[in-house]
Design a binder for this molecule. Structure first.
Ligand SMILES: [Fe+2]
Ligand SMILES: [Fe+2]
Length: 203
């Protein structure tokens, strides 16, 4: 795993992103960077790398879903039918690609973490989990959905336990609403359950 050598890499990126990211989104990103920093320190991770993941994660979150779909199609990307039905989730992959192309973000771990930050990924690094959890428990989101408070509390002890809790909540929500689940969210949850020794089940 490469190490981000410039401790202020995220600040330089923030400055460049500010020209195109709406103020409200920048505030969300600032809160996520702050919380990612706290979680990365608590779990003795590469703080600079985790901060850069957090800084870049929502580069194109404010872009209209139809435009995200257009950009994905223009690149010839394989688009899962669930994502096609909810193209907002394409902001992770498109953001990861544009960070490399337009913002010189070359670190593979950072780009991978950002690509998958909506459903998580079985191969996520601990730094990626710190960013993922921080994004999900932004205080504004917890206020809208108080069940997320439990995810925030678990994160102090275990980022993976917190991630499973988050994916459980989203799965329950999908069942209640009768909406589809992103395939990668299921693969991620299964992988986390295996790692946490909870993979047993009835045949
Ligand atoms: Fe996002
Ligand atoms: Fe976000």
């Amino acid at each position: 795993m490469t190490k981000i050598d410039t401790p202020s890499a995220d600040l330089a990126l923030r400055e460049r992103m500010a020209a195109e990211v709406p103020a409200k989104m920048l505030k969300h990103i600032d809160r996520v960077v702050k919380l990612t920093d706290r979680l990365a320190r608590r779990h003795h991770l590469d703080v600079a790398k985790a901060r850069l993941m957090a800084q870049g994660h929502d580069l194109v979150r404010a872009v209209e879903p139809a435009e995200l779909l257009r950009r994905a199609e223009a690149r010839g990307m394989a688009i899962d039918p669930v994502d096609r039905g909810s193209p907002v989730v394409l902001h992770g992959p498109i953001g990861a690609l544009e960070l490399a192309e337009r913002f010189d973000v070359t670190d593979e771990d950072v780009r991978f973490a950002i690509w998958w930050h909506t459903p998580g990924h079985p191969d996520y690094t601990p730094e990626a989990w710190a960013m993922f959890i921080a994004d999900k428990v932004d205080p504004h989101k917890v206020k809208r959905w108080p069940a997320l408070a439990e995810v925030r509390e678990l994160a102090d002890r275990s980022l993976e336990e917190a991630a499973v809790k988050y994916l459980d909540l989203r799965l329950q929500e999908s069942i209640e609403r009768g909406t589809p689940v992103q395939p990668m969210a299921t693969l991620t949850r299964n992988a986390l359950l295996r790692r946490l020794g909870r993979a047993g089940g009835e045949a």
